[in-house]
Design a protein around this ligand. Structure first.
Ligand SMILES: [Mn+2]
Length: 340
């Protein structure tokens, strides 16, 4: 972390502050992990701190230390509003645009507090007084570690902080396999383990909690996989009916898209999930190598993310969305065939 950023933050945090930490809509392991890691850190510095999430997060994250203190705007709207009214400082973690927080957008836009952004996504907005943005980072959770280091307070690295940050780094790197995983990431992980993070336990808590319904839904998804060898592309579809048949719960389809990417030779993967309630098709993209799914999602699906992982949506029905996707692919044939 930049020395200048550290100096700015130190000035902010000289005396006890009312701080709200916010993660993005549909919080994932990195959103919860980075927010809760920072929460325990700021608490130990003596600040009055509260984490607010726009909406609920999956059950497989509900063991994370301190997560029971999180206030969810969707459920406890007035209470959350009050935290923002009283805040001097708002940390926004794992996102960089107010469009990523759902119904909280207006609250953030009207909030008088000073904003601090910690985030690793592309194209950061300019709402923050302090912007710590680094697209080369594996995860926001890794950045929270560097944030503590930048403030010279790694002495405060507790088991609770370590467990949260480890979880965020592990989930955002696909268990340390994505190309964003650097030697530094592993050094950070080593330190987190020394501070009490139990890697085996965390892995079990996150990945070995499948319900029979979810595993059977995965079976349906794999059965629905279409492979397009001419584009080195594979995609999965799931209809609302298929979700309903398996008592779909938030988070159940998390990671399904990666199975397409595990097919030999596949460099570009997508999953299309019908959502009748919102009348949209939700889409996740993954890639290997140079092909930027961030650019692809921004150009065609009102979304974005990272080079190798992004999301978007379509207002067309599932069938038309897939037809359109295949026709769009023809414009990328060269890029997908030559993708290293
Ligand atoms: Mn992240």
């Amino acid at each position: 972390m930049d020395k200048k950023i550290a100096q700015q933050v130190k000035t902010f945090l000289q005396t006890p502050q009312n701080i709200v930490i916010v993660g993005h809509k549909n919080p994932d392991g990195d959103a919860v992990g980075s927010c809760m890691g920072l929460y325990f850190f700021l608490k130990s510095l003596g600040h009055n701190t509260q984490v607010v999430m726009p909406n609920d997060y999956p059950n497989f994250l509900k063991w994370m230390p301190g997560n029971e203190t999180i206030c969810t705007y969707e459920k406890e709207t007035e209470k959350c509003q009050q935290f923002f009214d009283e805040a001097n400082i708002v940390f926004t973690l794992d996102f960089n645009s107010f469009t990523r927080v759902g119904d909280l957008q207006g609250v953030l836009e009207n909030c008088k507090a000073n904003f601090v952004m910690i985030d690793h996504h592309q194209a950061p907005g300019d709402y923050a007084v302090v912007t710590y943005s680094d697209v080369g980072m594996s995860s926001t959770s890794e950045m929270v570690y560097h944030f503590m280091a930048g403030l010279d307070r790694l002495d405060l690295l507790s088991e609770n902080i370590a467990t949260n940050l480890y979880t965020g780094i592990m989930t955002d790197t696909g268990s340390f396999r994505f190309s964003s995983t650097t030697p530094t990431t592993h050094r950070v992980i080593a330190h987190l383990m020394e501070a009490g993070a139990n890697g085996t336990q965390i892995h079990n808590n996150i990945y070995d909690t499948n319900t029979p319904d979810r595993i059977k839904l995965l079976g349906v998804a794999l059965n629905n996989m279409t492979i397009l060898p001419e584009y080195n592309t594979a995609f999965i579809t799931l209809t609302q009916q298929e979700l309903d048949d398996h008592n779909f719960k938030k988070g159940d389809t998390e990671g399904f898209v990666n199975y397409s990417l595990s097919v030999l030779g596949i460099k570009f993967a997508a999953i299309f999930i019908e959502n009748k309630q919102e009348n949209i098709v939700k889409i996740s993209f993954r890639s290997k190598g140079e092909f930027s799914v961030n650019k692809f999602a921004r150009a065609h699906y009102n979304g974005g993310g990272h080079n190798n992982a992004a999301g978007g949506k379509s207002d067309k029905n599932l069938e038309d969305t897939v037809t359109e996707f295949i026709s769009i692919l023809s414009n990328y044939k060269n890029a997908l065939q030559n993708n290293a």
